[in-house]
Design a protein around this ligand. Structure first.
Ligand code: KG4
Ligand code: ZN
Length: 350
């Protein structure tokens, strides 16, 4: 337990391929100002067309000390000013997590500063609130990243009800796989978005998985997502293409439109089912401008608003970890261990 509420939080994130540290200045009544945020992306994975876990761990090991020092310097803070350390303990690549967790434990040990472990996805829920004071519960959350895709009912911070999740690939993972199928490199998301911008929406009409009119609230697939059928449709279309260079933008557009249609429809269902007037978008796929525009439009038609983070806070970063750590400050002192799989705290999977 921390004696007084923390004023300066240092967050550390190393769950995948971003080494990040951030300093948060906490104000009263849960307000928090981001004093600094440093994100070092590992370009090594672009060379190997995907995240290579062992290379991610090594890159974190090389960078974590400098990234933390830079974040402190940018904030004009010294280690002695930090009164709470927050680190991502899972889920993610265990070797990558271990680097951040071990480094944070070392800092905690050397300075006597309390340390709290943060769940990466709870971090993504808090990311938008750092920039948008209205991105607070009650809301519906659509978390779409490279590792996870879920739709949540969030009546209050720490109180999460799972409405739906992907049954196979995460949405970002599907973007990455289709990107590679189209010869667009890694990560696929931004490359598909760029290619789709000049694509003809009428050229390819791909299936909208788990979306049909007959679905009713209470049906198992009403909120759930699935990417595998859509991926298969893309594989067939790529094989049938006689000129992939010419068809690439249209294939990218057809894929992106199908994903967006599904995500928009499921988010609207969640808004309708919960009665919440706000939807918060998080995770790397939240960078997609076509998705943001479509969601904002559809929600506005229902009298609801979209709250989406800037691209910097949508992808993995330590600012969101510091913010979630501030919320979990009372848990400092509980053992922190890197874990590839970790139950989402406060999540009701009903
Ligand atoms: O949240 P994130 O940085 O890492 C995970 O926790 O997974 O998300 C990375 C994912 C990648 O799959 C990437 O392709 C996707 O986010 N992504 C995008 C876009 N930018 C990143 N997907 C679609 N459109 C984008 N513009
Ligand atoms: Zn993430």
């Amino acid at each position: 337990m921390t004696a007084a509420p923390p004023r300066t939080v240092l967050g550390i994130e190393t769950s995948c391929d971003e080494t990040s540290a951030a300093v948060l200045a906490a104000g009263g009544a849960g307000a928090a100002r981001l004093a600094s945020c440093v994100i070092l992306s590992q370009d090594v994975h672009r060379v190997y067309r995907g995240v290579v876990p062992e290379l991610a761990s090594r890159a974190h090991l090389v960078a974590v000390g400098d990234v933390v020092d830079r974040a402190l310097a940018d904030a004009g803070a010294a280690l002695a000013d930090v009164d709470l350390l927050a680190v991502t303990e899972g889920p993610g690549l265990v070797g990558a997590l271990l680097v951040g967790v071990t480094y944070a434990k070392g800092l905690a040990c050397a300075t006597g500063t309390p340390l709290v472990g943060v769940h990466h996805l709870e971090g993504h829920l808090f990311g938008t609130a750092l920039e948008d004071p209205d991105a607070v519960p009650p809301f519906v959350a659509l978390l779409v990243s490279g590792g996870h895709s879920m739709l949540l009912d969030v009546p209050a911070w720490g109180d999460y009800r799972l409405l739906g999740e992907t049954r196979d690939d995460a949405v970002g993972e599907a973007f990455d796989k289709v990107g590679s199928l189209l010869g667009l490199g890694y990560p696929g998301g931004p490359a598909i978005e760029r290619a789709a911008a000049t694509g003809d929406p009428a050229r390819y009409r791909f299936p909208r998985p788990m979306l049909h009119r007959g679905q009713r609230p209470g049906d198992a697939d009403y909120f759930d997502l699935s990417m595998s059928g859509l991926k298969t449709a893309l594989i067939h279309a790529v094989r049938a293409s006689k000129d992939l260079d010419a068809d690439r933008p249209h294939l990218a557009r057809g894929f992106q439109d199908a994903v967006i249609d599904v995500l928009v429809a499921k988010t609207l269902r969640a808004v309708e089912a919960t009665g919440h007037r706000r939807a918060v978008l998080g995770g790397g796929v939240a960078c997609n401008r076509a998705l943001r525009a479509a969601l904002a439009r559809a929600l506005a038609d229902e009298g609801a608003t979209l709250h989406a983070p800037s691209p910097r806070l949508a992808t993995d970063n330590a600012a969101m970890i510091a913010r979630a750590g501030l919320f979990r400050a009372a848990e400092a002192g509980r053992p922190v261990e890197a874990a590839a799989r970790l139950p989402f705290p406060g999540l009701d999977r009903r």
